[in-house]
Design a protein around this ligand. Structure first.
Ligand code: ADP
Ligand code: MG
Ligand code: MG
Length: 869
């Protein structure tokens, strides 16, 4: 078996074996670019190193030395030869580029003798000793793991002693002193001399790369990015070229296109007389790449040619590293460049137009989660850079917001009505804050996780939200916000970056999103390709319209409870809850009917011909009753019942485990009149909109939280009876569907039976996840975080569907449902409906649509297209 490959033996398709860096060095060599020669020790050698108790097998050592000899022949230099020493770099490189792994070692092969040889050969002693001191420093740090700062102390001590501002001001003798200091440090720390044998240096460095695969940082990085531990890293050994040989040399980094905005122009930086990481280390300020045209016109021309060639060859934007040694250009690395969302979109569209890639490839080039950034207002970059960061919370809902702070919903509403831009600041939000959230530009809460009320509602509205910001002190009563040393009062300006979770001081200018142009093009391509339909979760005409603008093809979940919280209705709801008899309840419901009908009409009109699924009332009734004594007193007065009666009712409604209590279809089973009122409103609204607008509306009535077929049958009978009698009374007849949510495990397990009654299934994966795991999603945010940190969960199952467990139930329900009713309509309406990975899963198991919040619709369109490619 071959464990070591020369650069001329590999290609870009060998990333598994050679790592990303090695495969691309081989590819560049293959297509004839100026790459310093070298070889790659494979990832399989790394795996064997671990299998064999952290040792390198003799056969591998032998192959390494064979390749080294080949390298000596190709370069005409020799390891340890004073006359013409071969120096190499040792570079780690896994299949996926991984910060946290070992740093590169440069100038390996130098020792007390070869350094003099190099000085004579290049007639540049300063350069030779500078290279040697860098080598000892890097080797001491990354291979011997001696604290970097100890080297820095020696180096800076010398600079100070000699009164030098810059590294380049040190003389050869200074550098020699520093080297002596370094060697003494190594001896002291390691109890042995700095290795003088180049071959020993090389083997130590290679083993250090292998070792670094399992250092804490690397392991953590892999965990966070879901990279398997088993793939291992390769090691590249490459002959050195020198950017630090004086003013005709230098080193740089460049992208073939602008990584920030996608513009087609070389973008990067260059530093004269420098080596390796000097550019990024900020030792001196590098020049923009374009200035290379003046400093080295010929080299620049060659670099432009190679950059174009590489981009055409890889058919993607390249991120390149290069070095110029005495006016000769060498390529040291190329890879597909990271880019911002706007750049990704522009580059994909441009490259398609240039004929470089097809539409499918363009679609695959964009990270769905990334385009979220494009749908919201963003801060003006220059202004953001100047802003003071105050605190960090959770990036609950993306976008940028700037405004005056208000501490409750009604103040926020009033200020917004006055034309002010408002940030709503709360300890945490509850359904009563809804109007204030609508009025606000952004929402900041001290408590609550990524699935807290504030987070979910804000995402639904596409509104910027920072939640769970525990560093802030919110005093709602005195309308004060404390952050660090600052105290802000009502009306003070702050800004929120919901994409990062940042709270910033003062006002920052924002710019609106751009939805047409390149973005529109990508979206239209996605629509041509995907087969999965995309619906939205929307409860009101405003969200519905927004979703249609974003390309939604229907509503997959219209929650009716949010409508119940509106100000003029909540007293009626409360009267209904307080009712002692069915007759009283019906009286209160009669008052609500026209409101509900109006809600549904607005939604039908906003959606036009698109299907709309409306869910019957779902939450436990106590959510509509206030909790504090004071509020109960107020309410008692307002709805004209005694405080005692109200308090008793609140007591009765109290549940120890509300998520498993009196909610969902159980409300409709025990109070059929609620379901009747809602069904009547749904059908009457359809009748009216059909007549008024000529729209062919087919309502889909969804019954939540079913576990039993008989339960569904009971509620369905109520619904059907109501619908039929309304239709008869009005003398009309049209289609409608009655279906259910699958969100209780028992419903998934008996989906064949349930499908006898249900005309469609919508997977409510929030509750299904909650009940399958037995994890309350409102109470376990911190536990889940710890589970993820400890590697027990790979990711939050409320964000990306647990394909193994919950997914198995969904798959089973799909199969069972189809057995009973082959044309059953299948969709998903949990938060997962907007998660790209979950969308791919839904596509694979044959759902017909996913439904997500309006601002996730474009993401879902793209993710669905990628799933279909
Ligand atoms: P990273 O993965 O952190 O970018 P690299 O292995 O690419 O690390 O090395 C970092 C830098 O070291 C390169 O960008 C280049 O400037 C320098 N370097 C690496 N190998 C050589 C070499 N053979 N000759 C000259 N410089 C090199
Ligand atoms: Mg690099
Ligand atoms: Mg539910």
């Amino acid at each position: 078996k071959k464990f070591v490959y020369s650069f001329n033996e590999g290609s870009k398709d060998m990333k598994d074996l050679l790592g990303g860096k090695g495969a691309n060095l081989a590819e560049m060599t293959k297509i004839g670019l100026p790459v310093p020669f070298g070889f790659t020790v494979t990832t399989e050698a790394c795996n064997r190193y671990y299998e064999e108790g952290k040792t390198i097998g003799d056969d591998i050592v032998e192959s390494i030395f064979e390749k080294l000899e080949e390298l000596e022949n190709v370069t005409g230099k020799k390891f340890g030869d004073v006359g013409n020493p071969l120096l190499v770099s040792v570079r780690s490189g896994a299949k996926i580029s991984m910060p946290g792994m070992m740093d590169t070692i440069l100038n390996l092969g130098l020792n007390d003798e070869t350094v003099e040889g190099l000085a004579t050969l290049t007639e540049n002693p300063r350069f030779a000793y500078d290279s040697y001191r860098r080598f000892i420093q890097m080797f001491g740090d990354v291979v011997m793991e001696i604290d970097k700062r100890k080297f820095d102390a020696i180096f800076d001590g010398k600079k100070e002693e000699r009164g030098c501002e810059f590294d380049v001001d040190l003389t050869t003798d200074d550098l020699k002193d520093i080297i002596s200091g370094y060697k003494a440090l190594v001896k002291e720390e390691m109890g042995r001399d700095f290795p003088q044998q180049p071959k020993d240096q090389l083997m130590e460095a290679i083993m250090a790369v292998f070792r670094s695969w399992n250092n804490d940082r690397a392991i953590l990085y892999r965990k966070l990015n879901e990279i398997p531990d088993s793939i291992g890293t390769a090691v590249n050994v490459q002959s050195m070229v020198f950017g630090n040989m004086g003013d005709t040399s230098g080193t740089g980094v460049a992208f073939t296109r602008n990584a920030a905005n996608g513009e087609k122009a070389l973008f990067g930086e260059f530093l004269v007389n420098a080596q390796g990481e000097d550019v990024v280390a900020g030792i001196r300020t590098p020049q923009p790449i374009a200035e290379m045209a003046q400093a080295f016109p010929e080299v620049y021309k060659e670099f432009v040619r190679i950059a174009e060639l590489l981009e055409n060859h890889y058919k993607d934007m390249q991120d390149m590293e290069f070095t110029v040694e005495r006016e000769k250009l060498y390529m040291l690395q190329t890879r597909n460049g990271k880019r911002t969302a706007p750049a990704a979109v522009k580059i994909a569209v441009d490259m398609e137009a240039e004929g470089l890639i097809d539409k499918e490839t363009a679609i695959m080039r964009i990270e769905p989660a990334q385009i979220d950034q494009l749908l919201h207002p963003m801060f003006d970059e220059a202004e953001l850079a100047k802003a003071e960061k105050l605190a960090k919370g959770l990036p609950a809902s993306p976008g940028a917001a700037t405004g005056k702070i208000y501490f409750n919903a009604s103040d926020a509403e009033a200020a917004a009505a006055n034309g002010e831009k408002v940030i709503l600041v709360r300890l945490e939000t509850s359904p009563e804050d809804l109007a204030g959230m609508v009025a606000a530009e952004g929402i900041l809460t001290a408590r609550g996780g990524m699935t807290s009320h504030a987070a979910v509602v804000a995402r639904g509205m596409g509104k910027c939200c920072v939640s769970g910001c525990s560093e802030i002190k919110v005093d709602e009563d005195n309308k004060k916000l404390g952050i660090g040393e600052y105290t802000f009062v009502e009306g003070d300006y702050i800004s929120l970056n919901g994409s990062a979770g940042d709270v910033l001081k003062g006002q920052i200018k924002t710019v609106p999103p751009e939805l047409s142009g390149d973005f529109g093009k990508i979206m239209s391509w996605a629509d041509e390709i995907r087969t999965l339909k995309i619906r939205t979760n929307a409860d009101n005409p405003r969200d519905a319209k927004q979703a249609v603008e974003f390309g939604a093809e229907g509503i997959g979940l219209c929650r009716t409870e949010h409508m119940f919280f509106e100000e003029e209705r909540i007293p009626a709801i409360r009267r209904m809850i307080m009712a002692d008899t069915e007759a009283e309840r019906r009286e209160a419901l009669k008052f609500l009917l026209p409101y509900q009908k109006g809600d549904f009409k607005g939604i039908y009109e906003a959606m036009g011909d698109r299907p709309v699924t409306i869910r019957l009332l779902d939450p436990p009734l106590h959510e509509f009753i206030p909790h504090t004594d004071e509020e109960l007193h107020d309410l008692a007065k307002q709805i004209n019942v005694s405080y005692e009666k109200l308090a008793k009712k609140a007591e009765e409604l109290h549940e120890f485990n509300p998520m498993l209590g009196h909610r969902g279809c159980r409300l409709a089973v025990t109070y059929p009149e609620i379901a009747e009122m809602q069904a009547e409103a749904i059908i009457r609204a359809a009748i009216e909109v059909r007549a008024e607008k000529g729209l062919d509306i087919v309502p889909e009535i969804m019954i939540p939280l079913i576990g039993l077929k008989s339960e569904l049958a009971d509620v369905k009978a109520t619904v059907v009876k109501t619908v039929e009698s309304v239709m008869e009374a009005e003398g009309v007849k049209f289609d409608y569907l009655v279906g259910t949510m699958i969100e209780i495990p028992r419903a998934a397990l008996t989906a064949d039976e349930i499908a006898q009654e249900a005309e469609f299934f919508s997977f409510g994966t929030n509750d299904l996840t909650q009940m399958t795991f037995g994890f309350s999603r409102d109470d376990t945010g911190n536990i889940i975080k710890e589970y993820i940190d400890k590697g027990i969960f790979e990711e939050d199952p409320f964000q990306s569907i647990d394909q193994v467990g919950v997914g198995k139930l969904v798959r089973m329900a799909v199969d069972l449902g189809k057995q009973t009713r082959p044309n059953i309509k299948l969709g998903i309406c949990g938060e997962h409906g907007g998660d790209p990975k979950s969308i791919a899963f839904c596509n694979e198991i044959g759902l017909h649509y996913v439904s997500c919040s309006p601002f996730r619709v474009p993401i879902a369109r793209l993710a669905a297209a990628q799933a279909a490619i």
